[in-house]
Design a protein around this ligand. Structure first.
Ligand code: GLU
Length: 316
């Protein structure tokens, strides 16, 4: 069932205690890598006596695959990874994201941007900056106003252009990752002013994830290391919007034979959970990847027994 936007309206009083989440994008069924993130976040929540929520990140509608959200939910349930509250869908939450965008506009830190990817690549090339394949381009500030941004932006936020967040100078973010230790990123030199709403009107992952984590009262984010480089942007947005920063733990990625991260885009094989034995097999592989050893390996072990043993073995 879809949770109504009104039920998540008041970010000032999110529930307390340990609240974790798994937030898949429904771009295909779960694969071995996404099961690692699901299992790791589930075990961490259970070990801490907390809640584990499921949020479907179906914001980038052109990339979503019809039916994938249902498949993901049945794969999780087949693995015994049940969630504690109603599933929320980002596609239903535009009003919340728009409220956050308006708030940032009031703080005078947004500006419209007309640059295409090609324009940005051209400007960077002229500056002699090459962006390695698979890496995001650092925005060179082409559309950034030369004078301080006024909080009474004359163009309404709904004009057809992308909206970027103007970073202050020397915007360095430090945080402690519970798995990887101290981290820091200079947002100016490693990211640049980033987009919060795209030209096609879609809100970006960075804005949506921050608003949803805050409004759902998420205290612990356990997810794959592929998302590590997004964390500083998210912490900076949390600070601007007056939200608490959750604890972060980034888990080791599952790589394919070419050393590439498994992803739905590279057509990673889905996990097989059609019966208990297959589901247990997938769980065992995920647990091994997370460094959990000595778990029950008998054929007669139930999934519930196995998950209990894994929860005991989990070091949080
Ligand atoms: N939706 C993102 C993904 O599937 C994960 C977001 C997150 O955990 O912050 O990669």
């Amino acid at each position: 069932m879809i949770l109504a936007v009104s039920q998540l309206k008041n970010p000032s009083s999110p529930p307390d205690g340990y609240r974790g989440r798994f937030a898949p994008s429904p771009t295909g069924p779960l694969h071995a890598g996404s099961l690692v993130a699901a299992l790791g976040s589930w075990l961490d929540a259970r070990k801490n006596g907390g809640k584990w929520l499921l949020r479907i990140e179906d914001l980038d509608t052109p990339r979503c695959i019809s039916g994938a959200s249902q498949i993901i939910q049945s794969q999780l349930l087949a693995c015994g990874l049940s969630w504690d509250e109603e599933v929320i869908y980002q596609s239903q939450r535009n009003e919340a994201y728009q409220r956050a965008l308006v708030r940032l506009n009031e703080l005078a830190c947004l500006y419209p941007c007309a640059c295409s990817r090609q324009t940005i690549a051209g400007v960077l090339a002229k500056l002699g900056i090459e962006t390695p394949r698979n890496q995001e381009m650092v925005y060179p500030g082409t559309c950034r106003p030369k004078t301080p941004i006024s909080h009474s932006i004359t163009e309404p936020l709904n004009i057809k252009s992308a909206w970027r967040l103007a970073l202050p100078q020397d915007c360095r973010i430090k945080f402690n990752d519970l798995a990887l230790g101290p981290q820091n990123q200079n947002l100016n030199t490693e990211v640049g002013d980033f987009v919060l709403r795209r030209k096609d009107g879609l809100f970006t992952y960075q804005l949506a994830v921050v608003v949803d984590d805050a409004e759902q009262g998420i205290s612990h984010i356990v997810r794959g290391q592929d998302l590590l480089s997004n964390t500083a942007r998210q912490i900076y947005l949390q600070k601007l919007l007056g939200y608490k920063t959750p604890q972060y733990r980034h888990l080791p990625l599952v790589l394919d034979a070419h050393g590439e991260k498994l992803s739905k885009q590279t057509l990673a094989t889905q996990i097989y959970t059609q019966d208990k034995q297959h589901a247990l097999e997938e769980l065992r592989k995920a647990a091994k990847h997370l460094g959990l050893n000595n778990l029950p390996d008998g054929e007669n072990t139930s999934i519930a027994e196995w998950l209990l043993a894994a929860t005991h073995a989990w070091q949080s």
